[in-house]
Design a binder for this molecule. Sequence first.
Ligand SMILES: [Zn+2]
Length: 174
Amino acid sequence: MPIKGILKQVEGIEVFPRQDELADGEFGNGIRAPLGIHRANVHRYWFEDAGSNLEDQMAFLRGVKRLTRNDLETFTEGLSIPDSIGTRPPIKPVSYPAWNNGGFQILQHVTVRAQRSGNYWTRCPSCAREGRDRAGDNLAISIADPRFYKCWAGCTREMIRAALGQPIHERSYR
Ligand SMILES: [Zn+2]
């Protein structure tokens, strides 16, 4: 039987977890439990090989072959977990030489921990100074334009710059 999702396969076996890796705070795809009601479309999902009523469904379930430990070991014999799983390579932000005019670049001062929704994510330096943001995902830095960053706990740009030892100086007109 084909595996769903590979080569645009629409029907087939689904393999969970669906993701090779997840950043801190992310969740993988949910799994619908048998006979459960889908929260979005409010349909109950029956097993297709039995009638759409509880009695037939339970009879079907009772008749399903259960795997023994031996079966499982036979099915997985010779399989191993690829070395690449579990060793997530560090995220290396691309550099932005066009903006490297000697001005402040936050990417030079933080270690990116995750990348999603168009942003790099890391621990907010200002939060860190207070012992907060242990999950390391308060600070979003725009991937498209890393001059823009925001702490979701509300630290101001001034606070973040000060925490990095790069305070924003008032412009001098002398
Ligand atoms: Zn913060």
